[in-house]
Design a protein around this ligand. Structure first.
Ligand SMILES: [Zn+2]
Length: 440
């Protein structure tokens, strides 16, 4: 064991003694390594858990005493009140240079240019920025020049997202844009371990082991599940950042807590990159369709018409449903359709089949509300008044339509049995964005 090896292992990383394959006595002699007790009363240093109910008690063999431990992050190894966490300083991988790392020749709209300049300023100032970019604004490209700037300064960069799908989608795009830069992708079950790369792309879950690692942390889809409600993920993101770091948040539907936070600068991109407005959903009342569907297998006539009309026009209808039983009945009743939901083992393949035109109609739960771009889709929400469809979900669903230059609009219909507040808020949201984009 050399000092170099220990510092490399704990480079902006925090681990339990059990996780360190070196002699702990030797490590304790190294001045650069920080050692802290993992639990402080009912406060877990690793995951931020401070809910008394989420701690357990056990007889601890290490200290021969009764110890308590954090149940919230136990999947990362048991952290007991006698456990210590070790961390080392984060070092940078690149030397500062004037060299251009970016390989991207796409053109920016004026709005994209403004946002992109803001990103660079934010990195210079080590401050915080919210980029509120409408669905289909091309928000990943906006950060490219900022990433290039950060790489030139030799900074450690992390792109984080609550969703594994997004890690998979971002990785090839970033590798193409920065061909010379080593990029590490982290997600549950990933083979890549914690390498010290200039760019790390990670799920928010995987950030729990980082400690003051990154100079620039860009968080995509801040409003997405599970980040929006899981405090330990928010804790992980904060801990992964150095004290004086840049924090940039991206969202098409930012939560009010961030949108109205005075500490955070904001830039809005209300126009899609192709310059057309977001499609405005149409509301259709269809009475008590649910009972009729589940007991008599009757597909609402208006939904049937929507699907047939869409197919006749050579388009691709997607039907969002509130739950699995409803989706399953619909799949049986609608010819050449398939139904996907989060635990469906073939869901990726089915979405591909639909993209390629091998399927006429796709039925889905809210799992496809984000991250899918398929040209020529029309979208229906069956039971838009169900509580699962909140404002954010409905805006994201409408945002699936008209995302491509070759297909800039399409139909969005919310089928309901009574307008909810969330439905009305989603319509208001879309109208506001379109107004900001100069459309009336
Ligand atoms: Zn914990």
């Amino acid at each position: 064991m050399t000092e170099h090896e220990i510092l490399a292992l704990l480079n902006g990383i925090r681990l339990l003694a059990d996780e360190i394959p070196f002699d702990i006595q030797e490590i304790n002699k190294l001045g650069l390594i920080k050692k802290e007790l993992g639990l402080n009363n009912y406060n877990c240093l690793r995951c931020g858990n401070n809910d008394k109910n989420k701690f357990g008690k056990h007889f601890c063999l290490r200290c021969n005493n009764i110890c308590y431990y954090c149940k919230n992050c136990i999947m990362m190894g048991k952290l007991s009140s006698c456990s210590e966490l070790y961390s080392g300083p984060s070092t940078n991988t690149l030397e500062p240079t004037n060299k251009n790392y970016l390989n991207y020749d796409g053109e920016f709209t004026d709005e994209q240019k403004t946002a992109s300049t803001k990103v660079i300023e934010t990195i210079k100032q080590k401050s915080q920025l919210l980029i509120w970019a409408v669905c289909g604004a091309g928000k990943t490209e906006i950060i490219f020049p900022g990433l290039n700037f950060a790489l030139q300064k030799g900074l450690n960069i992390c792109l984080a997202t609550p969703r594994t799908d997004v890690v998979h989608e971002l990785t090839p795009r970033l590798k193409k844009a920065f061909p010379e830069i080593e990029i590490t992708s982290l997600f549950g079950g990933s083979e890549n371990k914690y390498k010290n790369s200039p760019i790390t792309i990670s799920t928010t879950h995987q950030l729990l082991r980082f400690y003051k690692k990154f100079d620039v942390l860009i968080l995509d889809e801040i409003d997405a599940f599970p980040y929006n409600y899981d405090k330990s993920l928010q804790y992980a993101v904060n801990n992964a950042r150095k004290d004086d770091s840049t924090f940039i948040m991206l969202s098409a539907t930012p939560p009010n807590s961030i949108n109205y936070n005075q500490q955070i600068n904001k830039v809005i991109i209300p126009k899609r990159y192709h310059g057309n407005p977001l499609p405005l959903p149409k509301l259709e009342w269809i009475g008590d369709w649910e009972k009729s569907l589940l007991t008599k297998n009757n597909v609402p006539k208006k939904l049937q018409d929507f699907i047939e009309h869409s197919i006749r026009e050579g388009r691709k209808p997607i039907v969002f449903v509130p739950n699995i039983p409803i989706g399953s009945v619909l799949q049986d009743k609608i010819s050449e359709s398939k139904f996907v939901y989060s635990s469906h083992e073939n869901r990726k393949r089915i979405v591909e089949e639909f993209k390629e035109g091998k399927l006429k109609c796709l039925i889905t739960t809210t799992i496809l509300e984000r991250g899918v771009t398929i040209p020529f889709v029309d979208v229906a929400v069956l039971g838009a008044d169900d509580e699962i469809f909140n404002e954010t979900a409905l805006v994201q669903i409408a945002g699936r339509v008209g995302r491509k230059k070759e297909d800039t609009s399409g139909r969005v219909i919310f089928f309901h049995n009574g307008k909810t507040n969330e439905i009305l808020k989603s319509i208001k949201h879309i109208k506001k964005i379109n107004r900001l984009g100069g459309f009336e």
